[in-house]
Design a protein around this ligand. Structure first.
Ligand code: AMP
Length: 429
């Protein structure tokens, strides 16, 4: 199926073509017609599936088609609420890219920066507002924003809103929306509290699910190293000496940990930057831009700072620490292998983290292959984690990858790069 079948208006079709998209991703194929049909939508999709365009493209089309019916004065007609500043910026950029020939304007508001630039933009008039919950409520209370004309509301990454403690803010925002509206609700996972929240927002929604069976993105090679905690830094440095790692996002559990790891890497002459919630918004954006522009090879981040970061062609995700929530693992590794590109996710697991690893293996329904050939092998055997069938062939799943033998950095190990233009539907359509 090509984008032609979706009947996009010319200005949007042109912008999409310029992005290099020819085939809609599965979530786009399903969601765009439903949204254009003006129905509520419950979307269960992980990051990297193309879900931003799945809602941004039809919203732009609806607004573009109704532009002439509305007042000359711009009013906020569509609101997208998302948990993190980085995601908000990215969604705003997506609206700007896909909508560049529509004449529609968007603004992005988020906390941690002075509000003046944001309120100036709002005063000049916008059609679409992308916001994080706290700053949105703040600007509503200051009367810079009114939600009374919202016709299209999107709640993005709802499960993360819950994890980050934003659920009450979200409820306050929903209470301010007009009752008559179209609502789109996206979440990577659907725990019962999220289903309850969705029921309060949506009216007769159409449910769209993308690969709910196996949450791990198929295109991603995975491997885990069992290593004693004190050896983790040395192992990380060892791994990053492999020139095949062209760009790596390294996850730590804490902000402090992110700074320490970045410092150690720099000491070892591996240029790295860190991003986390204690850094100023400008510092975070700068580090992110450097990483996206490939000026920084290694970015060390906490989950919240990295949530939803959209980096094209990220070759490796490295879990310096194993997340205690198994879904977080899926979110983390979803940073690589985006838009049909391959990628590698490596995890460093110490003895204390083995119970977390067990939970992850359960969630993804197959154990992450253990990589035993490295200089810092932990004394404790990995048998506790893996099923017997995996024990005899610890590298079975990674056989095709040269990363298996990490003690020998291999120049020829280039990941299998698939052109953005050649998006292949993972559902096999
Ligand atoms: P998202 O899940 O919205 O964060 O999107 C993940 C990545 O997929 C982004 O880099 C998008 O630019 C890219 N993308 C989205 N839709 C398509 C498409 N139809 N074809 C190729 N790439 C896409």
């Amino acid at each position: 199926m090509s984008f032609k079948k979706i009947n996009l208006v010319k200005p949007i079709e042109r912008a999409i073509a310029e992005e290099g998209y020819t085939v809609p991703t599965p979530i786009q194929q399903q969601a765009i017609p439903i949204i254009l049909d003006r129905k509520d939508l419950l979307g269960c999709a992980q990051t990297g599936t193309g879900k931003t365009a799945a809602f941004a493209v039809p919203i732009l089309q609806i607004l573009y088609n109704e532009k002439n019916l509305r007042d000359k004065k711009r009013i906020i007609y569509s609101l997208i609420v998302t948990p993190t500043r980085e995601l908000a910026v990215q969604i705003g950029e997506s609206f700007s890219n896909y909508g560049k020939y529509t004449g529609l304007k968007n603004a992005v508001v988020f906390g941690g920066v002075p509000q003046k630039a944001q309120t100036d933009k709002l005063r000049a008039g916008v059609d679409i507002l992308v916001a994080t919950p706290g700053r949105l409520l703040d600007l509503i209370n200051q009367k810079f924003i009114s939600l009374k004309d919202i016709k299209l509301f999107v709640l993005d990454e709802a499960d993360r809103m819950l994890d980050m403690g934003f659920i009450n803010d979200v409820k306050k925002i929903i209470a301010k929306l007009p009752a008559k509206r179209q609502s789109l609700f996206f979440s990577a996972t659907m725990p019962s509290e999220i289903v309850k929240l969705a029921n309060t927002i949506l009216v007769n929604p159409v449910k769209v699910e993308v690969t709910p069976e196996s949450p791990t993105v198929e295109a991603i090679q995975q491997g885990v190293y069992h290593v004693a905690k004190p050896d983790k830094k040395a192992l990380l440095i060892h791994l990053l000496k492999d020139p095949a790692i062209t760009s790596a996002l390294v996850f730590t559990r804490t902000k402090h940990g992110a700074d320490i790891v970045a410092r150690k890497l720099n000491k070892a002459k591996i240029f790295a930057e860190s991003i986390h919630g204690n850094k100023s918004q400008n510092a975070r954006q700068r580090a992110l831009n450097n990483f996206k522009a490939k000026q920084t090879r290694v970015l060390v981040a906490t989950d919240i700072a990295a949530r939803g970061i959209d980096i094209d062609e990220l070759s490796h995700v490295i879990n310096y620490e194993i997340p205690n929530i198994p879904e977080t693992y899926v979110h983390r590794i979803g940073r690589t292998g985006r838009a049909g590109l391959g990628g590698t996710a490596l995890s460093l697991c110490d003895t204390e983290e083995r119970s977390y690893l067990k939970e992850i293996n359960k969630l993804i329904s197959k154990p992450i292959p253990v990589i035993e050939n490295h200089p810092f092998v932990s004394n404790k055997k990995s048998e506790e984690i893996n099923k017997p069938s995996e024990k005899s062939k610890p590298h079975a799943k990674l056989k095709s990858s040269k990363h298996v033998d990490s003690s020998k950095p291999n120049k020829s190990n280039r990941r299998n790069k698939v052109s953005k233009r050649a998006w292949t539907n993972r559902d096999g359509n």
